[in-house]
Design a binder for this molecule. Sequence first.
Ligand code: NI
Ligand code: MN
Length: 226
Amino acid sequence: MNITYYGHSCFGIKTDQANLLFDPFISPNKLAEKVDINTIEADFILVSHGHEDHVADLIEIGKRTNAKVISNFEIATWAAGKGLADGHPMNHGGNWKFDFGNVKYVNAVHSSVLPDGTYGGNPGGFVVKADGLSFYYAGDTALTYDMKLLGDYDKIDFAFLPIGDNFTMDINDALIAADFIKCDKIIGMHYDTFGFIEIDKAKAKSLFAEKGKELILIEINESITI
Ligand code: NI
Ligand code: MN
């Protein structure tokens, strides 16, 4: 599958059957100035939790693309009220088989109010199986023992983990998380966007390399294939 980074925690993933977009926060992100949100394709938009830095462009992109919103019940309902009526509500521990593959909504340790103050349910992450691969998108989260369950259930081929510290795990906890989920290929997210979460990218990569793991930091607007 092809993965494009749009900055912060926003990724577009092209599977054989669908374009998935995760946590669209682009237009307020100065680091993502060169990304044109009007050209982003999306059949499904997966939203981990309600914070502004994960939903800022959700409604605009959702309306243009007619994408189906996959999120917790509260966020899917909120998005429906804003005009994205065709959403798919989930809650923690639940799976659903979509045409492109299977999605499970899993735990995150964080908070989740929506930008207008609406209750955003409890925050989560996703385990997605598509094209014969399985990946974990952690959303915003602390390191938690719950991650061990993910590694015990299934082989996770690669994972998106937050590494910016302050609001989420830092790089050291992300390394432990990678052990918990038994995965050596990590794509970093939720770093450098604002002052609280600036990191030393070279140091972060070498910390992973020292443990025999790979930390992939995709340049904004660039793509990789896994
Ligand atoms: Ni958050
Ligand atoms: Mn965040």
